[in-house]
Every structure is written in C-alpha cells, then in structure tokens.
Design a protein around this ligand. Structure first.
Ligand SMILES: NC(=O)C1=CN([C@@H]2O[C@H](COP(=O)(O)OP(=O)(O)OC[C@H]3O[C@@H](n4cnc5c(N)ncnc54)[C@H](OP(=O)(O)O)[C@@H]3O)[C@@H](O)[C@H]2O)C=CC1
Ligand SMILES: Nc1nc(=O)c2c([nH]1)NC[C@@H]1CN(c3ccc(C(=O)N[C@@H](CCC(=O)O)C(=O)O)cc3)C=[N+]21
Length: 305
C-alpha cells in the first residue's frame, strides 16, 4: 500500500483564505482590523525564522502585525510590563510570546500574565482548563492544525484508536484532549512508555510529537493508519555539501521515517509541508476568532475545534 501524502501546505492555504474572508468582513461591516502581537526575546535563529513567517502571513490575510523584539537579557519585570500594555491595547486581539524563553525568565508566569481572551497560543491555564472540560477556549495552534488535517482525511474520528507520542503542554497533552473531544480512544506515550512499537501498532491514528529525527518506523504502523508528524528536526545533510563557512549543510526531517511509514500507512504528513504551515494558519484563525469574541461578532465556522 502507498499512503496519501497529506498536504498541510495546501490545506493551510485554504485556512488562510477563510481567515482573509472574515478579516474583510470585519473591516467592511464593523470597521475592525484584527491585530496580532508577537513577542520574541533573544535571537534564536529558528525562532526568528518563525516570527518573520508569522508577521508576513498576518499582513497577507489583512490583519495588523505588531512585532516586539526584546534583548536576550530582558528582565522579567520589563517583559511583564510589555504584556500588560498589550493586554490593555484594544488594537491587539492576539498575543503570542515565542517559546522557549531564555532560562532566567519564568515561562509559566509569563504565559499566565497574558489576558486569556488574547491567548492565541491557548497556553494560559484558563484555556487549558476550559479545553480539558470541553468548554469554549482558545485552542493551541499545532494540535488544532493536526485535528483539522485528521478530520479532512478521515471525516468522523469517533471510536478510532489514537496514540499521541509526546506529553508536552504545547503539543502532546492538548492534542490528546482534542482527540478525546472527537471521541477517539486515546493513549499518550512518552519516554517511559514500554514497547512503544507495540503501543503504536494498535493505533488507527498516530500523532508523533517527540523531537527525535525519524524515530517512528514503518514496521510499527498498523496498515492503513493515519500518521501525523509534528516533529521539526534539523539534521546534518553531508550529501548536500558544505556552506561557505565550511559547516555541513542541513535539512529538516520529522519524527517519522517518511519512506518506510508511507509504504504501510493510509496517509502521512510530510516534513516540511505538513503540520508546520498549519500551525501558522491556525494562529491567524485564532486571532480572528479572538477578535470576533472581543467585539461580540459571530465567529467564523470551521476555524476552531
Ligand atoms: N510543526 C510545528 O508547528 C511544531 C513542531 N514542534 C516540534 O515537535 C516536536 C515535539 O515538540 P515538543 O512537544 O515541544 O517537545 P518536548 O521536548 O517538550 O516533548 C517531547 C516529548 O517526547 C517524549 N519523548 C522523548 N523521547 C522519547 C522516546 N524515545 N520515546 C517516546 N517519547 C519520547 C518526551 O517524554 P517525557 O515527557 O517522558 O520526557 C516528551 O513528552 C519537536 O520536534 C518540535 O520541534 C513543536 C511545536 C510546533
Ligand atoms: N509561543 C509559541 N507558539 C508556537 O506555536 C511555537 C513556539 N512558541 N515556538 C516554536 C514552535 C515551532 N513552531 C513552528 C511553526 C511553524 C513551522 C513551519 O512552518 N515549518 C515549515 C518549515 C519551516 C522551515 O523551513 O524552517 C514546515 O514544516 O513546512 C514550524 C514550527 C511554532 N512554535
């Protein structure tokens, strides 16, 4: 069997089109322009790439983008003061603080200082609790993007067996909540799980969010299963030669060994071009949703869980 390549890049473009339509409606009928503020502390090169992509796509769908770049040694008090200012700014409907933060900053404290109504990452404890109890919340972008791809691929997820590999607060745990919300039978695997291959083998749906290059192999996968690869790993690619400074060129791979999995699965997402573009599209979707809720305007359908 040869799996369907689940094209997250193409699906993300359709999500952004829906977002752009709602932005136009908000502007024309309500004179409101949704705004997204992204806060980056320090100069991590990968984070800079993502923040640039977010800013560009925010503007492309017609929203306002506010970028705040702070020095790596910014104090906690200064960061909290900026968040306070963004919380009370009516032109800002969404706030994202790029993670990870430098080690001297208290990540949980900073995230929980964001107004939950503007928490477009869905990381604030209020949103985590709302999601866990099945109430309306802001849903974390990466798991939301995975859910959209799964629903598009499979239709109803009800009764399916799902294994999420990884239990982080930003991907694994909220992913498991969303799958449970769609009535999957959910197993969460992690670094202490025994015989991971056997756990994965019983799954109709596998979501890999581990951070280990090409760890999930084709011979673990139940034939016909749907596999979502969240991993973003940069590995050396000597076959591509060397950079001008003499260092080896690199390439991106996921947590899934694409070639062997595609030979067994029913569908699998590639890296790049799978979950990554969906994450940014869902961030824009969450910003429009937050803006609609703030102004008591009907929110778009099909853009949240
Ligand atoms: N595409 C996108 O938009 C995004 C991609 N990512 C990528 O997704 C991946 C995961 O991210 P994140 O959740 O933040 O990572 P974390 O490092 O926070 O979590 C990794 C999880 O994987 C588990 N794990 C580690 N090794 C193993 C193993 N050998 N077997 C089973 N489980 C294992 C860990 O278990 P334990 O808890 O026991 O330590 C942990 O729960 C990364 O590659 C990251 O770059 C992240 C966010 C967005
Ligand atoms: N507060 C916060 N929220 C996040 O959502 C968040 C974060 N911090 N910190 C870092 C991770 C990572 N992340 C990605 C977003 C897009 C791609 C993406 O678009 N990837 C492209 C490839 C990009 C490339 O070529 O480097 C792809 O997979 O096709 C990847 C990863 C969001 N994160």
């Amino acid at each position: 069997m040869t799996a369907t390549r689940i094209d997250g890049k193409a699906f993300a473009a359709t999500v952004r089109e829906k977002v752009a339509t709602h932005v136009t409606r908000l502007k024309e009928s309500h004179s409101i322009t949704p705004g997204l503020a992204v806060v980056l502390v320090g100069e991590d090169p990968a984070s800079q790439v993502y923040v640039r992509a977010k800013g560009k796509q925010t503007v492309e769908v017609g929203m306002n983008s506010f970028e705040h770049k702070l020095e790596a040694d910014t104090s906690q008090a200064d960061l909290l003061a900026l968040i306070d200012q963004l919380n009370s700014d009516p032109s800002v409907h969404g706030i994202l603080v790029q993670l990870p933060l430098p080690a001297h900053l208290d990540e949980a404290l900073v995230i929980n200082a964001i107004d939950p109504a503007k928490d477009v990452d869905g990381f604030h404890i209020s949103n985590v609790g709302l999601l866990g109890t099945g109430q309306k919340s802001m849903v974390p972008c990466t798991p939301l993007g995975c859910l959209m791809l799964l629903r598009d691929q499979l239709g109803s997820l009800s009764g399916k067996s799902a294994v999420v590999i990884g239990r982080s607060n930003i991907v694994g745990k909220p992913m498991a909540q969303l799958l449970l919300g769609d009535s999957c039978t959910v197993t969460i695997a992690h670094s202490r799980t025994q015989d991971l291959a056997a756990v994965v083998a019983q799954a109709d749906i596998v979501v890999a969010a581990v951070g280990r290059p090409e760890m999930v192999k084709g011979d673990w996968i139940k034939p016909g299963a749907t596999v979502i690869d969240v991993g973003i790993n940069r590995i050396d690619a000597p076959e591509r030669g060397t950079n001008e400074d003499g260092t080896t060129k690199t390439r991106l791979v996921g947590d899934v060994d694409f070639a062997s999995v595609a030979a067994v699965a029913g569908g699998v997402t590639p890296v790049p071009g799978g979950v990554g573009p969906m994450t940014i599209a869902c961030l824009l979707a969450n910003t429009v949703t937050a803006c609609c809720r703030a102004h008591d305007v009907a929110e778009p359908e099909g853009l949240t869980a």
